[in-house]
Design a protein around this ligand. Structure first.
Ligand code: SAH
Length: 402
């Protein structure tokens, strides 16, 4: 079955009587509002899909104000994000949403992320969007002219051929539930399909290009009007035979037609300079904490002059419930220098996770800290920074028990 975009539409006269109409016996007088908004629900649908399937390369076609891209950038699995829209102005006005901020440098992502915005049409075959795991077309197809809609399946499923595609579009059966007198939900819509129209079009495309498609939707109708279906209809397409490197690049050497509006590259721990910084920050924060505890115990000793040596009291916090450092050499003090064994630092889960092995830890912090002559401990001078005279302790060396 092949539906032209306009051929199957309700006429404007039909839509004129949409207001307060009787839908399956239910009088709907108030305008329907969704909470959260339908737009947010659609984005959440994509985000849930991403959380579940963990794609690395995601493109949002018809990305408009880039809000979905902005939400997607927080997903660790994604390393490449692309947005495409035919409206260049909307891209240049909204690219700021995707720019990096101080937080991205203070707490860099584990994996790299590059976001690129392209200006162009979804029906142009541009190799820059080849090899994606997921392509989303959220409320896009109903903006396409008949000619573009006819080219769309070949451009997306045939040429770009991503592993998965999510397409959402209004379900016109729901429209009589809205009050208002417009033909379509948005003035730029060229058509709005009922479920049979959308599903026939989607099944045709899926069959032709080797995809399976499942249908769902968002925005429940009010009680009594269930038969109209969801307000937004969604097709989730999955490629039957997954792409291989070969299939991705064979016979697809067409020229680039999209123009790049901008590229944003995020800092990530895959880059050594950011990893070095992140590890050093962790190391310093642990060392300073240990040093504070040491000074606290020395102060207690001085205050209780003549009493037994101060006993180090383990701080009461979650971090020490299952103390990862228990089996490792303790920090110690010789004269005014505080030594923290690398082995102890390495036992902290975050440091272990960032470095992978002790040698890498040593290499990454080498420029930021002073290591003991045998390279086994980080050394830090105590009295330079703290108002404390260790000589009061009769030259005793102190162990810290954490
Ligand atoms: N996806 C967005 C909103 C989509 S509105 C969201 O989830 O909120 C439809 C968008 O598609 C508009 O920004 C419009 O400029 C864009 N568009 C329309 N025709 C297009 C085409 N042929 N190629 C690319 N984008 C197109």
């Amino acid at each position: 079955m092949n539906f032209g975009p306009r051929g199957a539409l309700p006429s404007s006269r039909e839509s004129d009587v949409m207001v307060d109409s009787d839908v399956q016996g239910v009088q709907v007088k108030e305008n329907i509002k969704f909470t959260p908004s339908l737009s947010e629900q659609r984005h959440k649908f994509v985000l849930d899909f991403v959380r579940k399937h963990k794609p690395q390369k995601v493109a949002d076609l018809g990305c408009a104000n880039c809000k979905l891209l902005w939400r997607l950038k927080y997903h660790e699995s994604i390393e490449v994000l692309a947005g495409l829209d035919i409206d260049e102005n909307i891209l240049t006005r909204n690219i700021y949403r995707l720019h990096t901020g101080a937080g991205d440098y203070l707490d860099p992502r584990e994996r790299p992320l590059t976001i690129t915005l392209y200006h162009g049409s979804v029906v142009e075959k541009d190799p820059c969007l080849l090899g994606f795991d997921l392509i989303t077309c959220i409320e896009l197809i109903e903006h396409l002219e008949a000619k573009e809609l006819a080219q769309f399946p070949e451009a997306i499923f045939g040429f770009l051929s991503p592993t998965t595609v999510i397409i959402s579009t209004p379900n016109s059966e729901f429209n009589p539930l809205f009050s208002g007198k417009t033909v379509f939900r948005h003035p730029d819509h060229k058509f709005e399909w009922d479920r049979t129209q959308f599903q026939s079009w989607a099944l045709d495309a899926a069959r032709h290009y080797g995809y399976s498609v499942e249908f769902t939707g968002l925005g429940e109708p009010p009680p009594g009007a269930e038969a109209v279906g969801f307000c937004t209809q969604i097709g989730v397409f999955v490629k039957n035979i997954p792409n291989t490197d070969e299939s991705l690049h064979s016979e697809k050497t067409t020229e680039c037609t999209h123009t790049k509006v901008g590229t944003v590259i995020y800092p990530s721990l895959k880059e050594e300079k950011y990893l070095r910084k992140a590890v050093s920050n962790e190391v310093f924060s642990y060392i300073l904490k240990m040093k504070r505890d040491l000074l606290e115990s020395l102060k207690m000793k001085n205050d209780s002059d003549g009493c037994d040596e101060p006993e180090y009291v383990q701080p009461e916090c979650d971090e020490f419930k299952n103390d990862p450092t228990e089996e490792t050499p303790k920090p110690f003090c010789i004269e005014n220098v505080f030594y923290v064994p690398l082995e102890r630092l390495f036992s902290f889960p975050k440091i272990k996770h960032l470095c992978g092995d002790r040698e890498t830890l040593k290499m990454l912090i080498a420029d930021e800290v002073t290591l003991s002559s045998d390279g086994s401990s980080v050394m830090i001078n105590i009295v330079d920074e703290e108002d404390c005279d260790l000589n009061d302790n009769d030259g005793d060396d102190y162990d810290l028990d954490h």
